[in-house]
Ligand binder design. Structure first.
Ligand code: JFZ
Length: 431
């Protein structure tokens, strides 16, 4: 009898171990969603929460040592009467962006959506009493903009997470990990099943502690609820089992200027890189280091040339409105994208390494050489072009440009061409 139980027990253990290590096989729908995601190229990242009220970024509680119990009061006076899902979506569309990734819950643990599993949320804990994530999801669906939710694994306030910091008074030294994982699973289920059209979950904060995050269960749950949902995690490591895209923070894939990306070897998944429109993620009232139109277009083009999407962040104001500096800049970017977007949307990159003059994107039999720094010499050299080049023109013109193809690459003569203020695009038709 005892022996029998032991055998059964051992069997159950192996089944469990197998279940945990079972390799993730993305469904056909998921693979199609990945391709579609790669086609989008340009997305809007939005950091918005009760922290926005203080105008000092989303880490303000930590940075200003605000006791958690005082910080929580921000919910009592969060009443974003100026929030309009329509305006946010129009902002993205006018800028030429195709998807939005928005903070459903950041490290402060405040849920910006109506949730049944915590009273600390915008519907129940603020005088606003409405769910902006629902309005946004519905508006995105109506307007053909894809929606991803940012979801923090780190929580500064919950007792079961037990964040170890003196500003969070009264938390137990040790949390209740099973309870916390269960809470996240319940919230993720809400986000995926209640909100229409959600296409991705963007995890962050797992770098806070080296523990078992039960990614197998969490990612498994997401893919069980909707196999096409794209899972990404800002853990700054090589992609893990169950993830569908790889992200980079404040760096082009392959670069490591921030020191965040040192361990992020580029894998085979779709790539995304995020960057801020000024120097802040959440609304920052003193940050006036706005990126220029040229910087933003160059970042986008450089990401596309490296086969990555560009997710550009804004922090809307506490009333829900987007500040005019952002609107002005992005309207110009959008006008440029309307004219030149076909050389970016739906293309792929990385077939040809970045050059001193710029990068190359391609789609079907057309290559686009994006000259972001006009060379001193009257030509650009594109190395390792395997296909035979039949015709070269400016992307915005029909006149043939002179070129010379050799086994080692193609020379395109750029003298006399009319340069674009941001990116001069040369179109090469191959056979
Ligand atoms: C994280 C968040 O902490 C931040 O608030 C914002 O949401 C951003 C998009 O993501 O920022 C990080 C995450 C990890 C590191 C640095 C910044 N890191 O590991 O050095």
């Amino acid at each position: 009898m005892i022996k029998k139980l032991l055998v059964i027990g051992m069997l159950l253990c192996t089944i469990k171990a197998n279940a945990q290590t079972a390799a993730y096989t993305p469904t056909a729908d998921n693979l199609a969603a990945r391709q579609n995601f790669e086609d989008l190229k340009f997305g809007l990242f939005i950091h918005w929460g009760i922290y926005s009220e203080l105008g000092a970024g989303e880490w303000v509680m930590n940075e200003k040592n605000i006791p958690y119990n005082s910080y929580k009061r921000l919910a009592d006076f969060f009443n974003p009467q100026g929030f309009s899902a329509h305006d946010w979506v129009q902002f993205a569309k006018k800028a030429g962006m195709k998807y939005i990734t928005v903070t459903a819950r950041h490290h402060d643990g405040f849920s910006m959506f109506g949730t049944k599993v915590s009273p600390y949320n915008i519907v129940d804990a603020t005088p606003y009493h409405k769910d902006p994530m629902m309005e946004l999801a519905q508006e995105c669906e109506k307007e053909g903009i894809e929606l991803h939710f940012y979801y923090s694994l780190l929580d500064w306030g919950r007792a079961d997470y037990a964040y170890g910091s003196p500003i969070v008074n009264g938390l137990p030294a040790k949390g209740d990990w099973d309870s916390y994982i269960g809470f996240m699973k319940a919230q993720l289920t809400e986000l995926i099943t209640k909100y229409p059209g959600v296409k991705g979950i963007w995890f962050d904060g797992g770098w806070e502690r080296d523990v078992n995050w039960h990614y197998d269960e969490i990612y498994g749950l997401i893919h069980k609820l909707n196999p096409a949902i794209l899972v990404g995690n800002n853990h700054h490591l090589a992609p893990k089992e169950g993830e569908d895209f790889q992200m980079f923070e404040k760096d082009l894939p392959g670069n490591n200027t921030t020191g965040f990306s040192g361990k992020s070897e580029i894998g085979k998944l779709p790539l995304e890189t995020c960057e801020t429109i000024n120097n802040s993620w959440g609304f920052n009232i003193t940050d006036r280091s706005f990126k220029s139109v040229s910087q933003i277009i160059h970042y986008l083009v450089n990401a596309a040339g490296r086969n990555a999407n560009f997710l550009l962040n804004i922090g809307p104001m506490p009333n829900g409105k987007i500040q005019p500096e952002f609107t002005d800049t992005m309207a110009v970017v959008g006008t440029w994208m309307q004219k030149n977007g076909a050389s970016i949307y739906g293309t792929r990159g990385n077939a040809i390494a970045p050059q001193s003059w710029g990068v190359v994107t391609y789609k079907n039999k057309t290559m686009y050489a994006h000259i972001t720094a006009m060379p001193q010499l009257p030509y650009i050299f594109i190395p390792k072009v395997k296909a035979k080049v039949l015709k070269v023109t400016l992307f915005t013109g029909s006149e043939n440009l002179k070129f010379k193809q050799q086994p080692e690459g193609v020379f395109v003569y750029t003298n006399g061409i009319k340069a674009d203020a941001y990116d001069t695009i040369i179109q090469l038709t191959t056979n």
